[in-house]
Design a protein. Structure first.
Ligand code: ZN
Length: 321
């Protein structure tokens, strides 16, 4: 694993192990409206604008070309060969283990620890998409070195980039909620952690996750090492949600700094470019991620999914070195 697949191994994978049935229905059912793209030499997907009118043609192509990587569009087009006549696009959130801004592993690439952290983050995002935004129809894909959440509810597939960016900011907790609320009786001070619903609740959850994954090497805007160390020292108070106490220990001004720092860091939990790009191509579930020799695969049960068991192709176990 984490070693590049040879051409021989790719052939073995597509001709002996891969099965067209592993392509999820949500892709197969609209295959004629999608653009496919391929990377044949490991230099990026430059063979694009491919269209397959049936799964059988896709099967023949993959068996004979055994590409380094295979992708398909999140968009449906009337004329996918020209990327023309855009109909709608899946709403996608891409969490790459390598790019998580707060990783406790400190590895150079990806490892078991950061892949697990990516999975935890994705679990939180899915809860918010379902619980807060009422979305129902989504598929979770292990990409080979992270996760893709692909939402196909009709309500979101027609949305433009601006709204997608707003949804992204909401679910990752990228903005510090306001703390002044007013009504006829006057102005109230309400901290995010004392509001148990809506965006403040999401924000509180994300900040908590962030605080528990800080290390002394974490880099946050406007947060010095002394503050970082104090946050780490007192964060156990948040295990019991003692936010008020935690804020007092840190001091209100420094508390503001730390939540602001985490909010801006949250923006890089998900690759925003992928979420707002209506014409993106994404790695095809069932295909081989040749760079790391893992299978891109749909996840049926996030609780039990283990990439080191469920996404490892047979040829990896058969390697001799
Ligand atoms: Zn790692």
């Amino acid at each position: 694993m984490f070693k590049q697949a040879t051409l021989e191994e790719r052939r073995k994978y597509y001709r002996e192990e891969w099965d067209i049935k592993q392509v999820p229905d949500f892709i197969g059912n609209f295959i004629e409206n999608r653009e496919f793209g391929f990377d044949h030499f490991g230099r990026g997907p430059n063979d694009r604008y491919k269209v397959f009118s049936t799964l059988d043609y896709l099967k023949r192509f993959l068996r004979s070309k055994t590409p380094f990587a295979a992708y398909c569009s999140v968009a449906y087009y009337q004329k996918p060969r020209r990327r023309d006549g855009w109909m709608k696009s899946e709403l996608v959130f891409d969490v790459d283990a390598k790019d998580i801004p707060i990783r406790t592993c400190g590895c150079d690439d990806v490892c078991e620890i950061c892949l697990n952290e990516a999975k935890e983050i994705v679990g939180g995002l899915i809860d918010t998409l379902k619980g807060d935004l009422g979305l129902k129809n989504m598929h979770l894909i292990y990409s080979g070195r992270g996760y893709h959440i692909r939402v196909i509810d009709d309500d979101v597939m027609g949305l433009g980039s601006d709204v997608r960016s707003q949804i992204l900011k909401y679910i990752v907790g990228a903005d510090v909620p306001k703390d002044k609320y007013d009504d006829a009786a006057g102005i109230y001070d309400l901290q995010h952690f004392s509001i148990p619903l809506g965006y403040p609740k999401v924000f509180t959850q994300r900040v908590k996750y962030g605080i528990f994954h800080l290390t002394e090497d974490s880099k946050l805007d406007d947060v010095n090492l002394k503050l970082l160390k104090d946050v780490i020292k007192y964060r156990n108070l948040l295990e019991d949600d003692e936010w008020g106490l935690f804020k007092n220990r840190i001091g209100p001004l420094r508390y503001k700094k730390i939540i602001k720092g985490i909010a801006s860091l949250n923006m890089s939990l998900v690759d925003a470019k992928v979420s707002i790009d209506l014409k993106r191509i994404l790695r095809l579930p069932s295909s081989l991620h040749s760079k790391v020799s893992m299978r891109c695969t749909e996840i049926k049960n996030i609780e039990t999914f283990d990439p080191f068991k469920d996404a490892v192709p047979k040829f990896v176990w058969e390697r001799e070195d």
